[in-house]
Design a protein around this ligand. Structure first.
Ligand code: ZN
Length: 257
């Protein structure tokens, strides 16, 4: 556990706006096609994230930004983690966080604005076949040609593209927490919003299997804390990935500080 304890691991700062049944937020309505649901979640979480990124990434009138190559020479998430960007030749390159997020935003909005990948026309919204009406004939028709979103006309790469987007969103959240939590988010009183969006994101991404336990490592302590304080209920996926004992210990550290 990092000492001194980062402010975002302090129980008083790990709170949320929404109290209530959090699980229903990321439960897919039975009538909505799974592919449609994943696509919808990707777009929503990307938009949530960008509201926070804008705060540190947008340039002031004098051309400066809160996140810049001096403050963040790497796309880091604490001392032990930094992320590389794959260049045109698929070689990993180390970039300042500012530049990393610029490229990532360009890449993600290119995907999200691609109508073939993320149809925005409400008329194209597909519905899952009601299990009672699903005859064997229908299932056979689909044969081996079934993939996430196939039924609603999504392309085959929907699942893998969404996984990449979820992974990038996670990296940016990790950078926001490790390097920008106090300044500016805590000072702007935005930490509850940030916690709400991030915990919702973690719940969704793990429930949909879009993030694997090993990928969560840079934010593991916060996930432990949120399992211990009841943010993630015992029946949720992130709770299963958490070390609840350690979460309770972090809770005790945070309240005595
Ligand atoms: Zn930064």
């Amino acid at each position: 556990i990092p000492r001194p304890l980062p402010l975002w691991l302090n129980t008083a700062c790990a709170k949320h706006i929404v109290k209530g049944n959090f699980m229903t937020l990321s439960a897919r309505p039975k009538t909505v096609d799974p592919g449609e649901w994943v696509a919808h979640q990707v777009v929503e979480h990307y938009r949530n994230l960008w509201n926070f990124v804008r705060v540190i990434h947008e340039k002031e009138e004098d051309g400066s930004s809160i996140c810049n190559p001096n403050t963040c020479p790497k796309m880091s998430a604490g001392k032990n983690h930094s992320y590389t960007w794959l260049n045109r030749n698929h070689e990993p390159v180390e970039l300042p966080a500012y530049e990393y997020m610029t490229l990532m935003q360009r890449w993600m909005s290119g995907k999200i604005d691609d109508p073939a990948l993320f149809p925005t026309d409400p008329d194209t919204v597909g519905f899952a076949l009601h299990p009672e009406y699903t005859s064997n004939a229908l299932q056979q028709q689909q044969g081996g040609e079934d993939w996430l979103g196939a039924r609603s006309g999504f392309p085959k790469q929907l699942g893998s593209t969404c996984q990449l987007i979820f992974r990038q969103i996670f990296r940016v959240y990790a950078h926001l927490y490790w390097d920008h939590f106090v300044e500016p988010f805590y000072h702007l009183n935005l930490e509850k919003q940030l916690n709400s969006c991030f915990s919702h994101f973690i719940l969704t991404a793990t429930t949909l299997d879009m993030l694997q336990p090993a990928e969560l490592e840079p934010m593991q302590y916060l996930i432990d804390l949120w399992a211990a304080d009841g943010t993630f209920p015992p029946e949720s996926r992130p709770y299963a990935y958490a070390n609840v004992e350690r979460g309770r210990y972090i809770q005790s550290l945070g309240t005595s500080a």
